[in-house]
Design a protein around this ligand. Structure first.
Ligand SMILES: [Zn+2]
Length: 107
């Protein structure tokens, strides 16, 4: 099991921008359960509404809204296998890791 990483919110956002650019909709996150890379654009491609995307992206697998994908993982569940926590305003939030396998040539 990977060691837990803790980042503050500014570090986390800066890393996302470095990896994927300014457009958050293109940021890719890895589900720690099924390993699927997913961005807000992927959610949109499955006709998932914006409010649901905001709640799920980087926290619950896209499979929760797309049963065919066969994964309904959420960091809000009983078991904890996440490896990243982001601290914002003194609160710790569990997050999916960024997908660092394909950096879209930004890097
Ligand atoms: Zn998943």
């Amino acid at each position: 099991m990977e060691k837990m990483k803790t980042q503050n919110y500014d570090e986390y956002m800066a890393e996302g921008k470095t990896l994927f650019g300014e457009d958050i909709k293109k940021w890719k996150f890895i589900c720690p359960s099924c390993g699927l890379s997913q961005s807000a654009e992927d959610f949109k491609a499955h006709d998932i509404d914006g409010e649901t995307i905001d709640h799920q992206i980087g926290f619950s697998c896209i499979g929760r809204s797309v049963p065919d994908l066969g994964c309904n993982w959420t960091l809000g569940g009983l078991f904890s296998i996440h490896t990243l926590e982001v601290v914002k305003d003194g609160h710790t939030h569990m997050r999916f890791e960024f997908d660092k396998t394909d950096n879209n040539g930004v890097a």
